[in-house]
Design a protein around this ligand. Structure first.
Ligand SMILES: [Zn+2]
Length: 293
C-alpha cells in the first residue's frame, strides 16, 4: 500500500481555495499509477490501459496536486552532472522518474517532468535561475506538465506523433514534427521513435564538460551494466522494441557525439563513451533479434 492510499481523496475539478504561490488553483485529477493529469474526471486512464503501462490489480486510483501538497512528500533537487540538476521528490505516484534541469548558456531547460510540484520546488528552481522551456521525451512523463508550464510561464515542447496521449490540452503545449528540433544553440531534440512513435532524446552539445551529453529518459534505457543500454517497447510488460525501430534510431543518432548519457532515474548515468555504447548496444540488439540466429 502506498502512502497515497491513506489520504482522503478530494473531488477532482473542485476549486482549491488555498491559492498558494504559482500553482493552479483548480485541482485536476491525476492517475496514481502513471502520474498523468487529466483535464476532467474520468473512470479510465488511457495511458495505463496501453500496452506500455498497466492498470494496477486493485484498479485505477485518482488523486490531485492539492492532495500531494498535503502529504508528507518533499521535493528533491540534486546534482546529476556538470550544470545538470535532478528534479523530483520522494512521491510514490507514477513511474518514479526524475526530471533534469539543464543549465545551458542559453537558459535553463527542464527535460522531462514529474507529477509532484509544490511551492518549495518552484522556489528552489527559481534559485537556480528558473526555467525557460520544458521538453519531454514521451507521454509517460507528460504528468502535470501544464501545471509546470503555468507555474514557470514557459512553453512545453512535445513531439506531434504522441499528441493523442495528452490528458490536459493547453495553449502552452507546442507540438513539433519531423526528425529534429533545435531548441537553442547546441540543444537539439531528436525523434528517435523508440518506446513511443514520438519518443524524443535531447542532445546537449556543450553539456558543461567536453564531449557533450545525450538525455534520453527511457527512450534509450540506462541498465545496470553501464557498458550497454536497452531498447524496449514496454518496460513494465517486457515487450521488446521492434528491431527495425531500434536500427532506425541508431542510424539517426550515429552522427551525434556525446560523452555522457543520462537516463530517466536518479543517478542513471553513463559517464563516458556513451555514443559508442549506444551504437554497440544497437548492434547487439540486432544480433539477438535476428531470426536466423
Ligand atoms: Zn495512468
Amino acid at each position: 500500500m502506498t502512502r497515497i492510499d491513506n489520504l482522503d481523496s478530494t473531488a477532482a475539478g473542485e476549486v482549491d481555495e488555498r491559492q498558494d504561490g504559482g500553482i493552479d488553483t483548480v485541482t485536476f485529477p491525476i492517475c496514481v499509477a502513471c502520474g498523468t493529469q487529466y483535464s476532467a474526471p474520468r473512470a479510465d486512464c488511457p495511458v495505463c490501459e496501453d500496452d506500455r503501462q498497466y492498470v494496477p490489480p486493485g484498479g485505477q486510483r485518482w488523486s490531485d496536486l492539492a492532495e500531494f501538497r498535503g502529504s508528507p512528500w518533499t521535493a528533491r533537487v540534486e546534482e546529476q552532472g556538470p550544470r545538470l540538476l535532478g528534479v523530483g521528490s520522494d512521491s510514490t505516484v507514477g513511474i518514479g522518474q526524475r526530471a533534469l534541469l539543464v543549465k545551458a548558456e542559453s537558459g535553463n531547460i527542464l527535460w522531462d517532468c514529474v507529477s509532484f510540484l509544490n511551492d518549495d520546488l518552484i522556489t528552489r528552481l527559481m534559485g537556480h535561475g528558473g526555467i525557460t522551456a520544458i521538453a519531454i521525451s514521451h507521454p509517460h512523463y507528460y504528468t502535470t506538465m501544464v501545471e509546470w508550464a503555468h507555474a514557470f510561464d514557459v512553453p512545453v515542447f512535445l513531439h506531434a506523433a504522441d499528441r493523442q496521449w495528452v490528458g490536459r490540452p493547453d495553449p502552452r503545449l507546442e507540438f513539433w514534427d519531423g526528425p529534429k528540433l533545435e531548441l537553442a544553440d547546441g540543444l537539439t531534440l531528436h525523434n528517435a521513435g523508440v518506446h513511443f512513435t514520438g519518443g524524443t532524446v535531447l542532445h546537449w552539445q556543450d553539456a558543461g564538460q567536453p564531449g557533450g551529453a545525450l538525455l534520453t529518459g527511457d527512450i534509450i534505457q540506462v541498465i545496470p551494466d553501464r557498458t550497454h543500454v536497452g531498447f524496449m517497447y514496454s518496460y513494465p510488460n517486457l515487450i521488446p522494441e521492434r528491431p527495425h525501430v531500434v536500427a532506425a534510431a541508431a542510424r539517426m543518432l550515429k552522427p551525434l557525439t556525446y560523452e555522457a548519457l543520462h537516463g530517466a532515474w536518479w543517478d542513471s548515468t553513463i559517464p563516458s563513451r556513451a555514443d559508442s555504447i549506444v551504437q554497440a548496444s544497437a548492434r547487439r540488439y540486432a544480433d539477438f533479434t535476428n531470426p536466423q540466429r
